[in-house]
Design a protein around this ligand. Sequence first.
Ligand code: MEV
Length: 323
Amino acid sequence: MEDRWYTASAPGKFVILGEHAVVYGKPALVLAVDRRMTCSVRFGPRNTINGERVDLEKQPHLKYLTRNIDHCVEFLTRSRIPVGSGMGSSAALSAAAAMALRALQSIGYEEKDIVDDAYGAELYAQGSGSPMDASACVHGKGITVNVPDTDRPLWTISRGERTWNVSDIDVPDMTFVIGNTGIKAPTGPQVDKVRRFITKNHFAADIMDEIESTTLEGYDAIRRNNVEHLGRLMTSNHKLLSILGVSCKELNKLVNAALPFSYGAKLTGSGGGGCMVALTDDPQKVCETIKSHGGTPYIVQTGVQGARLENGDNEDPVVDIIP
Ligand code: MEV
């Protein structure tokens, strides 16, 4: 039995515009960031995570990804992506584990196969959602979802009545600062909350339409490098997400604190806690104000590579490949 380690990593992400509405087939814009999740795998006598014996029933992402493997698997994971914070930690784990497990089994793959694995794991674990996070964490750089007339299509994914067309976009040369509230808020319950809102409120469809036009305008602003307009659209998107009920007082506090030093700011990801993002040309000021309002700031680099194998022919797990 093969007992060498195989290691892969995948980046986290933030959503510039369009989260939640994307679940209903609306457009979204997403960038990968320089905070990665790393996962090493090898066959072993029992299932373990970071040396601790584990029941995979309690690890639905990993259970799904190992469903066709009839050996036990040892996993080592390391993350610089804050967990449960809207930055794609579970999609990045699914992507890195999927890639490492395929390498372990000598199963060939293309980027789309890893997206299918990672999205399958996300759906198995959280029950609903779009393939946006999985696509962003696998592809890296920048993606659009359901933006019409893009010139670099990547893949199309359908589930039930929904279809998501994912395309590659040029990463804008803009500075973004993330602010983490420190409150963990898993995606599934937030997606369910929006679903309940939609079934109860007849004007929810109007909000979804407004998020759609905000996102499409934002795509145009990115292509024109119009940072002021993109910022305004981000702030409008935050207000629309607040109406949907997925913001919280800690997110609003960080957004409001960042706004005087930013072109715009909004929650990013599923909300309810987790992170906000500000578009700014004064990242130090934004970091200071996020800190003084109780958050943890990260200046993120964008334009990063997607999921990748890390150790080639190396026999050892990659202990710390993260800068
Ligand atoms: C979470 O990062 C993004 C959501 O739109 C859920 C999804 O697209 O699956 C809230």
